[in-house]
Design a protein around this ligand. Structure first.
Ligand code: ZN
Length: 281
């Protein structure tokens, strides 16, 4: 399992897997051909039990198929690698805000990383929490959707592209949960949680420590500003290849972020979604 050496993988998770080997039960799907892009895809799950690995794989395959189809149906232009591997490590580590005044870093926030060459992409998801949503986020990276990644970011001090990728991932995930599991009000529930998360992270960055070694502002604050506004979300979906429109959209999303104060005493979880919309766990 390469890519575990990435600086984006928190050290305690890397050590648990490579040194302590606490997640030994790995199951792999046979390579399958992606029905939309035609490329070979391999998904592997690693957890403490074969049973869980199989369950995660079943949902991951279903979510992958849905996501690619849904992105295609939204008119998103996909630029797939020649082969695509996904590794899902079901580590129990949760996202959290630090107690002290230290900067936010990958250990608090990150859940996945994607490496991509012209031939191959590998997405590694390394927390069980929000695993499928993160897999969709990393799949979007792997498919190199125009302007979600590069040119946009030079206009801002933060990685605006991360907010757009995650907003799109949340939209795809919500559609998946509604279509495949029949859940209702998924977007409303997600948005309520996003507002709470956004307030917590914004408060931390503003009043505790403004520095971060990750993209917490983009992931949580800016993303929530986009997703909780129907107009911005609609424009995001229709502007994915239009850099100027996306820059304008990010500026408007920033304008929507109002100062808030959240008393975070005794409440340090950054949990994204309530349990009932993580149906695979
Ligand atoms: Zn990302």
């Amino acid at each position: 399992m390469n890519d575990l050496d990435s600086k984006f993988v928190p050290e305690h998770i890397r050590n648990d897997i490579l040194v302590k080997k606490i997640l030994p039960s790995s199951v792999q799907l046979p390579d399958f051909q992606c029905p939309i892009t035609g490329i070979p895809v391999r998904i592997r799950a690693v957890s403490t039990s074969v049973c869980e690995s199989q369950r995660v794989l079943q949902h991951a395959k279903s979510a992958y198929d849905f996501s690619i189809r849904h992105l295609r149906d939204m008119g998103v232009s996909l630029h797939p690698p020649r082969t695509f591997r996904i590794t899902l490590v079901c580590h129990p580590s949760k996202r959290f805000l630090p107690n002290g005044k230290i900067p936010l870093s990958p250990v608090h926030i990150n859940g996945g990383v994607t490496s991509r060459s012209s031939n191959e992409a590998h997405s590694l998801v390394f927390r069980k929490e929000e695993m499928i949503k993160v897999m969709i986020h990393e799949t979007i990276h792997a498919m190199r959707i125009p302007l979600c990644h590069t040119a946009l970011d030079q206009n801002f001090e933060f990685l605006a592209s991360e907010a757009l990728v995650d907003a799109l991932a949340c939209e795809v995930y919500a559609s998946y949960l509604e279509s495949v599991f029949g859940f209702r009000n998924v977007r409303m529930v997600m948005q309520e949680h996003m507002k709470i998360q956004s307030d917590k992270v914004y408060t931390y960055l503003r009043y505790v420590n403004p520095h971060e070694h990750t993209s917490a502002f983009a992931y949580y604050v800016l993303k929530a500003s986009i997703v909780t506004n129907a107009d911005l979300m609609a424009r995001l979906v229709f502007s994915l290849s239009d850099k100027d429109a996306l820059v304008q959209l990010v500026k408007e999303a920033c304008d929507r972020i109002a100062p808030v104060f959240y008393d975070s005493k005794g409440e340090d979880s950054l949990r994204m979604t309530p349990v009932f919309i993580e149906p695979y766990m």
